[in-house]
Design a protein around this ligand. Structure first.
Ligand code: HEC
Ligand code: HEC
Length: 158
């Protein structure tokens, strides 16, 4: 009897997981220690798959003037970070996240912003986003964690 109850409980749990509205978009964990150490002080550590190679090269070119902040780091860490970001960029890596984020990039001018990437615009250009933005009083679109609680773990639910 006890086992029977347990089986029912497990079945119910499995079904509620299956009936979630849609699968979350996920990113593989960031495997560079340097990136995790140096790029998460002021905002979440962004995933390399969100921007193309050319954008990361541009961002890493001058960290002393990084969106109005001084984010300078030593040369060794810098080259390790650049290598990781470029190797895992949206137009270089071949996982599901990268394939999604490189769609529509075309020959767009270099952007240093994730919030101007075609994938970001496509997913946030709607009333659901605007409502959440107002309700939570979010200050920057790049504050992914404000709306996606598990963003740093690479999980973006819609
Ligand atoms: C000293 C603080 C600081 C550090 C350290 C820092 N950043 Fe930033 N970063 C900022 C600020 C400020 C912005 C602009 C945020 C905004 O407009 O909301 C930003 C924005 C960004 C954006 C654009 C996000 C968007 O779509 O608007 C990227 C990409 C980025 N940073 C990457 C990095 C990387 C890679 C590193 C590590 C090498 C790093 N950051 C370290 C302060 C920092
Ligand atoms: C003000 C709240 C808000 C902020 C800030 C925000 N998002 Fe979103 N995001 C949403 C909402 C709402 C949706 C669902 C939109 C839809 O599907 O119509 C969404 C959807 C997504 C999706 C698609 C999920 C799926 O399963 O299809 C991704 C990926 C995503 N956001 C990434 C980001 C990233 C990366 C950032 C930060 C650079 C960010 N979001 C910042 C509210 C936000």
């Amino acid at each position: 009897m006890r086992n029977y109850f347990l089986i029912l409980l497990l079945a119910a749990t499995a079904m509620s997981a299956l009936s979630r509205p849609s699968a979350a978009e996920t990113f593989p964990p960031i495997t560079s220690q340097a990136v995790n150490k140096e790029c998460g002080d002021c905002h979440m550590v962004y995933f390399a798959e969100m921007l193309p190679r050319r954008s990361w090269i541009n961002i890493m070119k001058d960290l002393s003037n990084h969106f109005g902040e001084d984010a300078s780091i030593d040369t060794k860490a810098k080259s390790e970070i650049l290598t990781y970001l470029v190797n895992n960029a949206s137009d270089v890596a071949n996982n599901r996240a990268a394939r999604k984020w490189r769609q529509g990039l075309g020959a767009n001018p270099v952007t240093e912003r994730i919030i101007t990437a075609p994938r970001f615009i496509e997913k946030h250009d709607d009333s659901e986003f605007t409502a959440m933005w107002k309700k939570l009083g979010v200050k920057s679109k790049s504050d992914c964690v404000a709306c996606h609680k598990e963003a740093q773990q690479g999980i973006f639910e819609d």
